[in-house]
Design a protein around this ligand. Structure first.
Ligand code: ASP
Length: 363
């Protein structure tokens, strides 16, 4: 097990080196942490720094769990969720099921700054973004569209039939997998078909959460996501829910999450972690305690718990930090990938394995 920031906390508490700029994010956030840290170094506000950091993922068409290129809902429409919290002003903003905007984190900040509200959803959120000059854009990349279409073509009715490949009026395609798909998509590369098939079989969750602390002790956080791929249209996860996917209390610390949002909403994860830290727990213990509550919701039944993953990131005001996951990692095609988180301090951005509650048996 690894991942507690005790050393940094000790350094910060001793006052020898003084408080440091520090950024933590989910495993997909190495570039994000580096950019946010650089901005903190220039004296830019903690919220602007973390938003600029996650914008990298939101605008990256290759990150299929966040923003542009995020995998769509069941109808092939990309719907995004995001939230922000600004420690010094103790304000929050969020958007859910917003369409047509690559950077929902920026819209969440506008909700926080420009309205008397905290959360806007669906069409209202999209119209609000338009009012602030965000022209509606198509967020579905060709890659994401293909993955969605292949998922849709893989669906069967209760009798095992579908309208795409059963061979009555449509060409019969035997079996499944990328090889069979080549008949239906002869112009698509093998690599892309393999990717699309993998996504159809293993719908992804993803998301980026990023938390920052500056040398003045100010804190902020952001969480942004395209949510669960192939979700029921209108489904909202934990990311835009203040207290679940994100929580910042300037007096105590900050926490955020990635993974199956439904499980996190049921334990108000980010808020529960911050409350644990308020009562004296380390970032690591605060996260593990909440993961235990998640497991308790299933009576610790590992067969059911294995069906999902949930990860927390926590940063105390004194610099103690942790990345923690329900499971130690995932097995894919006989290969184990540990669950990781990113953090940046002293000019360097790195990845570290999360501490974890459970060890995933070999698949
Ligand atoms: N937490 C996100 C959601 O439930 C997805 C994820 O992080 O994987 O929408």
């Amino acid at each position: 097990m690894a991942g507690s920031g005790a050393a940094l906390a000790a350094a910060q508490q001793s006052g020898a080196a003084g408080p440091k700029n520090f950024v933590i994010a989910s495993g997909n956030g190495q570039r994000c942490c580096a950019r946010a840290l650089e901005m903190l170094g220039k004296g830019i506000d903690t919220l602007d720094a973390v938003i600029a950091g996650v914008n990298i993922n939101e605008e990256d068409p290759e990150d299929d769990s966040v923003g542009y290129g995020g995998l769509p809902n069941e109808h092939g429409v990309v719907e995004l969720d995001a939230s922000v919290m600004h420690g010094p002003t103790r304000r929050a903003g969020s958007v859910a099921s917003i369409r047509g905007v690559k950077t929902p984190s920026k819209i969440a900040k506008l909700v926080m700054e420009q309205t008397d509200h905290i959360m806007l959803v669906g069409e209202g959120a999209s119209k609000f973004a338009e009012a602030y000059g965000f022209r509606p854009e198509n967020l579905l990349t060709e890659k994401s569209r293909l993955a969605w279409l292949i998922w849709k073509r893989s669906l069967r009715d209760a009798g095992g039939h579908n309208n795409w490949t059963d061979g009555l009026d449509a060409p019969a395609i035997a079996g499944g997998g990328p090889t069979a798909l080549k008949q239906a998509f002869p112009d698509v590369t093998d690599e892309l078909l393999a990717y699309a098939w993998d996504r159809a079989v293993h719908p992804v969750t993803g998301t980026i959460n990023c938390l920052a602390l500056n040398a003045k002790g100010e804190m902020s956080g952001v969480t942004t996501t395209s949510g669960l791929s192939w979700k029921i249209a209108g489904r909202v996860g934990d990311s835009p829910i203040i207290g679940a996917g994100l929580y910042v209390d300037q007096d105590v610390g900050a926490a955020g999450s990635t993974g199956r949002g439904e499980e996190n909403i049921r334990v108000c994860g980010a808020h529960s972690i911050v409350e644990n830290m308020r009562h004296g727990m380390s970032a690591k213990d605060a996260c593990l305690d909440v993961l235990k509550r998640v497991a308790r919701n299933y009576n610790n039944d590992q067969t059911r718990l294995q069906k999902f993953d949930l990860n927390f990131y926590a940063l105390r005001k004194d610099g103690d930090f942790a990345g923690a996951s329900l499971w130690n990692g995932v097995w894919r095609r006989g290969q184990f990938r540990p669950r990781q988180f990113s953090y940046a301090v002293d000019g360097k951005s790195r990845l570290e394995n999360c501490i974890f509650l459970l060890e995933r048996p070999k698949a």
